[in-house]
Unconditional design. Sequence first.
Lengths: 395, 371
Amino acid sequence: MDLNLTSEEIQFRDEFRPWLATNVPADWAERREESLDSRFEYLRAWQRKLFEGGWTGVSWPKQYGGRGANLMLQVIFWQEMALASAPPMANTLGLGLIGPTIIAFGTEAQKTRYLAKILSAEEIWCQGFSEPNAGSDLASLQTEARLDGNFYVVNGLKTWNSYGWVADWCELVVRTDPNLPKHKGLTVLLVDMKSPGIIVRPLRQITGESEFAEVSFRDVRVPVENVVGNVNQGWDVAIGTLMHERGTFGAGLQITFRRNIERLIELAGQLRRNGKSAAQDPLVRQKLAQCYAEIEVMRWNQMRAFSRISAAGVPGPEGSIQKIFWSELNQRLQQVAQELLGSYGQLAGISPHSVDKGIWAYGYLRSRGNTIEAGTSEIQRNIIGHFVLGLPRSY
Amino acid sequence: MQFGLNESQEILKQNARQFFAGECPMTHVRRLAESKQPYDPALWSKMAAQGYTGIIFPERYDGLGLGKVELILLMEEAGRALLPGPFWSTVALAGAVIDAVATDAQKTRYLAPICRGEVRSTLALLEAGAAWDLADAKLAANGKLTGEKLFVLDADVADFILVAAQSGVVLVEAQAPGLSITPMPALDLTRNFYAVQFKETPAEKLGDGVNLARALDIATAALVAEMVGGMQRVLDLTVDYAKMRKQFGKPIGTFQAVQHQCADMYLETESSRSAAYYAAWALEHDARDAATATSIAKMYASDACRQVGNRGIQIHGGNGFAWENDLHLYYRRAKTSETMLGDATFHRERIARLVIDPVPTSCGGNDRSSR
């Protein structure tokens, strides 16, 4: 056990940190309030800048535009991005999920065709997984693809597609053989979102934003060379993607949470409770300390999980607890923020009295999605029960 | 950065697991608990022969000279086996205190016999107010000691007792005049508490006592590791039971109401383990956040070990409530450990003092006496 950074890790950090200090756009804090739509080109330009600096795809192979480095450097990349309060990159799903899936399952031609453009944000990606009647039970999905010569013809409806409204490409899971058992007849296709027959309708969510979209497919023709992995073995590919969803993605999250608790501690010094500073109120102190502690435990869990992945090449059993831990912790943190801020907690950013431009009211609502997106807490507990503890399948 | 165990750490952990499985099986734990025998001298000698009694202490005092991480791994396995007796109080508590505060001559006299397995010891800290704050250790020592300490673990088998006094740490020999030790019967059947009275009892001052807070942090991290081992065992027993016990024609582990509780037990156990390991590493390397990390670990594990025990008993149903089942032995130990050296509420307040209140740089946030 050695929690100090290696010389290689220090060297990477010491190169990246000053680059960020020079290049992180200064106006991000103001842009944050704009609608997703209007700030998207800004985020695309920022990713382009990172790409040109050679910082995107740290752990991706060099021949496809990555840096060819190990997983720990990728983790440090996300941490440094968070420490610098850098804007997120535009192609979140391409970088975090679809790129790694193509690296793991794609053909040489697919890797050459798609990967570099994911890194440069030239092509934005979305995922077509969930359907109105296939959420947690993803394998029951009904969107069908029928072979017609050298094309698959796709019909169906996908929902909760993050970035669906702006995506150029989609990693789509379809049913290619309805006669096989539900997990066996699925295939993953890479679909050009400009194909005729695709209609994208934004979904308005609890926060008022539209991060997600509903995408319908009507006789959409997809060339057979766009199959990822083997036909009718798409479940393995889709699960591979979801494993990445629980991968290094969260490395920067812990730093964001840490920044939030530090800000709440600062605010506690300015607010009043029972005739004294809220920072001196025993209950407030207990709750802030609990959040602070859980964020540290989340960090240590992550460090163990990343160490395991980098040593063994595969996620260890502790990896499966990360999603539950961060999502439920964020909900507790947002609730503590609301309790601490009291009446201020509800104010929108446009109110002249708002605290931190309304991020606490927004964060409170947004955090409800955390235990649903990327696999509900219930599904995560099923995964631990069955795959980690070896209990019988419950469904 | 590598948070995993290295090869020698893995070997130490595996060896300890085999050692306790062979030398301290549950039948043996039960025999000791039910015979009211405080510990097994033969087992103690075998542990000393393994070097366990001197694991973290310098070789010049006949210790093994290993680090806090190694101590934590050993304690985890001891906790898994529910090792009865004064191992934690002698090595991780009294030993760490002597190592931190005593002079070289005192270490040769008191620490070396601990390392060699010749003596047992403990620390008397709590007074009638039952507060874990060092500032509440009010007993005055001036060559002689008069007064009472409560909740002193393993006092009746200690060859000497360390006492946290107002002026620092003092040492009282078991045969000293004016010393009387009376049992405080409690929940835990595998570890015993005593009230210790001093009446004009001769007491030797140990060093200057300035490093006591750090020694208590080492003992706290070791206790957390022991709790993790216990949680792991309760989780294993419960998962095995959920696979075997059938109702409605299926193993009860098939039902999500049961399965999700097992998943939560797993989350709580692994998270406590991460915290124990991190705290040990931070203490070993005198990291800036060592005190905070230790309190976080104890806070988290104190709540987690209770919840793991609650869930374990619930999933076992009536069997979990039965005396014959081993669960209650772990449950009792967990409850004692939850309170020992400060429960979650105590440590949350200590964390608040370390991270919310402005801390004078002179004490680096590492001063337990100010908590």
